[in-house]
Write a protein that binds this ligand. Structure first.
Ligand code: AHM
Ligand code: MG
Length: 334
């Protein structure tokens, strides 16, 4: 059967950007390579005891690294290599990594924000984890990079995507012209187009939230959860509850079969838990590109102006009608 690899697809799609010189395509390809390297290590995670504990030397005399550190290094290496990227903001680093100070990357057009291994607390349990990336364009050239170029609105993203290391490994991304998904074929070591032009169903029957936090949630979220649990044949309620605790995995399911994912604000954590630049904005970009919706209390996630690199934001994201229902209930409380 004929199939299209990620590399072939990226080159084909370059025609969508007539003025582009191929830098974004190269950047996406480099991200694909990092994803394959991380996938290889994630698949071996259960062998840690055999290959050597984290921090110990393995049989080849190499130091074993924590997987999130390894994933971070793979991305940084892949993104630094090509010269297209001038700045990396990573969830793993307190400060950003300014590559524009190096002659090889000073002309780089792109800023990349990454969560190299999201949901890493699940790694030892053989539960799906993921990587998330988000790409912005530089605003000025020939001067040192400034914070306003890094802290851009979600709607200014040029591309965003995620990799899910699950029962199979997939890379899903968008450059603002729809969403496409690629499954890694381990026999040939290539991501192959398996989910072209992904669309999230407008309605769904699954809600996904850490209900252990229920008592701390604001009233409109509590009311929405009760709404999900009430019986109503027309809207196929009660909905099913599913929560993996890996944002990438929970949102991948939401994208494919529809549903809603919530990580709301609480009195103790008014900004929720998830990071705006590495988790909320890229996932909102993908879900919106697929026809869904993402809000942060009363604004769209894509309309939040980030103030700091590691800023958090509450998020409600998924099937359009389900997110709109949360908005309706929220309005009743104002
Ligand atoms: P991490 O970046 O430390 O891995 O945390 C992010 C993860 C998300 O993948 C997931 O949605 C969320 O944390 C789960 O949090 P909780 O355990 O509070 O429900
Ligand atoms: Mg994370």
């Amino acid at each position: 059967m004929a199939f299209k690899t990620l590399g072939q697809f990226i080159i084909e799609k370059q025609a969508d950007f007539p003025y582009a010189k191929g830098e974004l395509s190269r950047l996406l390809r480099d991200i694909g390579i990092a994803a394959k390297m991380i996938n290889r290590e994630v698949n071996k995670a259960g062998l840690a005891d055999i290959l050597g504990e984290v921090g110990q030397q393995n049989i080849q005399g190499e130091e074993q690294k924590k997987l999130d550190v390894y994933a971070d290094e793979q991305f940084i290496e892949a993104l630094s290599r090509g010269g297209e990227c001038c700045y990396i903001a990573s969830e793993e680093h307190e400060d950003g990594i300014d590559l524009s100070i190096y002659p090889t990357n000073q002309e780089g057009k792109y800023i990349v924000c990454i969560d190299p291994l999201d949901g890493s607390s699940n790694i030892d349990l053989n539960v799906s984890v993921g990587s998330i990336f988000s790409i912005y364009r530089r605003k000025r050239y020939g001067v040192p990079i400034q914070m306003d170029e890094i802290l851009q609105y979600g709607h200014e993203q040029v591309a965003a995507g995620y990799v899910i290391y699950g029962s199979s490994t997939m890379l899903v991304y968008s450059t603002g012209k729809g969403v496409n998904g690629f499954t890694l074929d381990p026999s040939i070591g290539e991501f192959c187009l398996s989910h072209p032009d992904m669309k999230i169903p407008t309605d769904g029957t699954i809600y996904s939230v850490n209900e252990g936090n229920y008592l701390k949630f604001p009233q409109y979220i509590k009311d929405y959860i009760k709404y999900c649990q009430q019986e109503d044949a027309n809207s196929k309620r009660p909905y099913t509850s599913r929560y993996i605790g890996s944002m990438v995995a929970d949102l991948h399911r939401t994208l494919v079969v529809g549903g809603i994912f919530l990580y709301p604000e609480t009195a103790q954590h008014p900004q929720g838990k998830l990071r705006l630049l590495y988790e909320c904005s890229p996932m909102a970009f993908i879900i919106e590109q697929a026809g869904g919706k993402a809000i942060s209390v009363s604004t769209n996630v894509s309309e939040i102006k980030p103030q700091t690199l590691h800023q958090r934001a509450p998020i409600v994201i998924g099937s359009k009608h389900m997110v709109e229902k949360v908005e309706q209930i929220m309005l009743l409380h104002q």
